[in-house]
Design a protein around this ligand. Structure first.
Ligand code: SAM
Length: 229
């Protein structure tokens, strides 16, 4: 079925608000309901992509809590925390480790308007010593109850929405796709609109065909590919 113009407008509206400079790195967060809730918060805030370190041979699993958000927020996997943190550092991110320690500062005292990566730890163990040693700043959400920590997905949402709040207050929220960049924007829009055609193009090693103003593919494609719309 061809893409409806209304659907195309919705895809653009979401992509217009995505931010490539806000992300999370999850270190061995494996429970499907937590991973799912985290990606759903990422999608809601406008995170372009998330990162995860998974135990060897273990694939990230999602459940209905995600509401399909794993389709809209890709999860980049890394072999180790060191790999993931180094990759993000090279991309210019400031790394905020969530760790309840004496050196951790209240998250509300930090400036998350620049490139920001929140590093979150496993449900049971928290962040590994290796990850703690590599972050730029330890942060915590103050707790005053009987239980020492929050659920990891709740902590993630709290931090992401604080970053969103700060960026909004500073007038830094993207609204026209400037948080993604033109080349990546065009590529993602095509992949979101026509995932199967995009997969076929990649397989064939050919560029994605152009889209017209209403989101229709403005190039003749083989009939078998057209059936995949
Ligand atoms: N016993 C673990 C520890 O000492 O870190 C608790 C892990 S907690 C259930 C799972 C993750 O949620 C933590 O690694 C951290 O990323 C995040 N988290 C939970 N509560 C937090 C808080 N108050 N401040 C910042 N991060 C928190």
């Amino acid at each position: 079925m061809p893409l409806l113009p209304r659907r195309f407008e919705r895809l653009k509206a979401v992509l217009n608000h995505r931010m490539a400079d806000l992300t999370v790195l999850l270190e061995e967060v494996h429970k499907p309901h937590n991973l799912s809730a985290i990606l759903r918060s990422c999608d809601a805030v406008g995170v372009l992509e998330a990162h995860a370190v998974c135990l060897e041979g273990r694939l990230p699993l999602f459940n209905t809590t995600a509401q399909g958000s794993q389709k809209w927020v890709p999860l980049q996997r890394h072999a180790s925390a060191a790999d993931g943190l180094q990759t993000l550092r090279q991309q210019g991110f400031r790394l905020y480790g969530t760790h309840l320690s004496a050196t951790a500062v209240d998250y509300r005292s930090c400036d998350f308007t620049g490139p920001t990566a929140f590093v979150l730890g496993a449900e049971k163990w928290g962040l590994s010593p290796a990850a703690i040693a590599l972050v730029d700043q330890a942060i915590m959400i103050p707790m005053s109850g009987m239980v020492q920590s929050l659920n990891v997905s709740v902590a993630t949402a709290t931090l992401l929405f604080e970053a969103l709040r700060q960026r909004q207050a500073a007038g830094l929220l993207p609204s026209q796709g400037e948080g993604v960049g033109p080349e990546r924007y065009g590529r993602l829009l095509f992949e979101w609109a026509y995932p199967e055609v995009a997969a076929w193009c990649r397989q064939q090693g050919r560029p994605y065909p152009p889209l017209d103003a209403e989101g229709a593919i403005s190039e003749a494609l083989p009939r078998t590919v057209r059936l995949r719309y």
